[in-house]
Ligand binder design. Structure first.
Ligand code: SF4
Length: 192
């Protein structure tokens, strides 16, 4: 079975998932998008309004900014990145997903990571980094730090929505992405 087929199977499961209360408000779940054998997976927080409507991750203003910033360091969801979120259904009023919702949805994230099998995980935003990098992650203090978790290099950085709200974060996030790109180049992570 190909990776694409396995991801499609998970998407079918998401459509009928009722493991947490977020199922009640979704138009549709958002599994993720990108290259299914990417060496880098980017993990955000949760689908927002546009994502919920289109069934794709990071398609609004913050998604465009993320794509732009990734392109600056040679990364894109068309070429070498897979993008997903901690929870697959939109929280009401775009609130943060609750710990129990993140826990309920974790199985799907773990299965996606097992299928794509990246070498590097980039957590964008506090919610994602607290789940995958450090439970006490503080983005302003720890962005750009890396550590190995379960054999993968993990880094936390700003969420692009935070950069839109506070443009002074942009330079910091760009530096984090540049650092990630350098690590990737040094370790030839993108070379199959
Ligand atoms: S957020 Fe995850 S666990 Fe909750 S209903 Fe959606 S797919 Fe299921």
């Amino acid at each position: 079975m190909t990776r694409t087929a396995m991801l499609k199977d998970i998407l079918a499961e998401l459509h009928s998932c009722e493991k947490c209360g977020l199922c009640h408000g979704r138009t549709q779940p958002v599994l993720g998008a990108g290259v299914p054998n990417s060496k880098i997976v980017i993990v955000g927080e949760a689908p927002g309004k546009n994502e919920d409507e289109q069934g794709k991750p990071f398609v609004g203003r913050s998604g465009k900014l993320l794509d732009q910033m990734l392109a600056e360091v040679g990364l894109s969801r068309e070429k070498n990145v897979f993008i997903t979120n901690i929870v697959k259904c939109r929280p009401p009023e775009n609130r943060d997903p609750l710990p129990e919702e993140c826990a309920a949805c974790r199985e799907y994230l773990d299965r996606i990571l097992a299928i794509v099998d990246p070498k590097v995980i980039l957590c964008v935003g506090r919610i994602s980094a607290q789940r995958l990098f450090d439970p006490n992650f503080r983005v302003t203090r720890q962005h750009g730090e890396t550590r190995e978790v379960d054999g993968r290099l993990v880094m936390g950085t700003f969420h692009p929505a935070a950069v839109l709200r506070n443009p002074s974060y942009r330079e910091l996030m760009e530096a984090d992405l540049q650092k990630l790109a350098s690590i990737i180049q040094e370790t030839e992570v993108l070379v199959d």
